[in-house]
Design a protein around this ligand. Structure first.
Ligand code: ATP
Length: 248
């Protein structure tokens, strides 16, 4: 795939912190509509890669393009969010003292990026969109509950719903299954597969059962670059991948 036809294009991206090379000539291409799983041992550079894509960290060298033509290295965090890259951090950050429904409503009304609008009226189209999102994130029955009363997994789903309300082209999801029950983990994989039907998704995760159930191409990062790429079976059979996971 060429840069022009890609959704996300990283080429030769390097980042160092005080002489420590967190990303080392990293190259990664995500196609429009693709869901990709990123794995790798602790310190492999997964978070730094997400930070580079979202403008939190500037690469020392390398190209980062979104939608074929937009040079992300020239944009700040707010404008990258505005361009349609949504990021779900590991810890859920929902408005605990608002209902599930109001959380989605606030996200729908807010400009992309930090939420600003608290008072507004709801249009018919928004009511439909909220119903769609509640169904997608498996929280229709909980819509009138305060977000504070949700389980950890349900809070994660609500936050994913809030990001989707902002209609991102690309959703970056950092360890969604961390701290979830087995049942929630399984449901989260199903939820991401539903989302991936009409969004591009990059998901970083350590839980291999979860990765397997996504049934998508996997990229293995190690020491800041791509070690292997392909199906989970393909990369798990790669002796270099086995070595970095077991040889530590
Ligand atoms: N701001 C920083 N200053 C110094 N070193 C940093 C900084 N951010 C990250 N690092 C180092 O860069 C390396 C890559 O870190 P990164 O968090 O990207 O890895 P990761 O693959 O996300 O790991 P994990 O699975 O543990 O979250 C680590 O060794 C980390 O200590």
């Amino acid at each position: 795939m060429t840069r022009q036809t890609s959704l996300l294009y990283l080429d030769g991206v390097s980042v160092s912190f005080d002489g420590f090379q967190a990303l080392n000539e990293l190259s990664l291409v995500i196609a429009p509509g693709e869901m990709r799983a990123i794995i790798g041992p602790n310190g492999a550079g997964k978070t730094t890669m997400m930070d580079v894509i979202t403008g939190k960290t500037r690469p020392d060298t390398g190209d980062v393009y979104f939608d074929g033509v937009i040079d992300l290295t020239g944009e700040d965090e707010a404008s990258i969010a505005e361009l349609g890259i949504g990021r779900k951090f590991q810890k859920p950050t929902v408005f605990e003292s608002h209902t599930v429904r109001d959380n989605l409503d606030l996200a729908l009304k807010a400009p992309r990026g930090p939420f600003q609008t608290l008072f507004h009226t709801i249009t018919g189209a928004e009511t439909k969109q909220i119903a769609y999102l509640l169904d997608l994130i498996r929280l229709t029955d909980k819509q009138s509950e305060l977000a504070a009363n949700l389980s950890h997994g349900q809070k994660q789903w609500l936050e994913i719903g809030m990001l989707l309300a902002q209609d991102p082209k690309l959703l970056l999801v950092d360890e969604p299954a961390a701290g979830m029950t087995d049942a929630e983990t399984e449901e989260t994989a199903a939820l991401l597969k539903d989302i991936a039907e009409d969004h591009s998704v990059v998901v970083v995760e350590h839980d291999m059962t979860f990765i397997r159930s996504l049934e998508v191409k996997v990229t293995v990062l190690h020491e800041g670059s791509v070690l292997a790429e392909g199906s989970l079976d393909h990369v798990s059979a790669d002796p270099r991948v086995v070595e970095v996971y077991l040889g530590r």
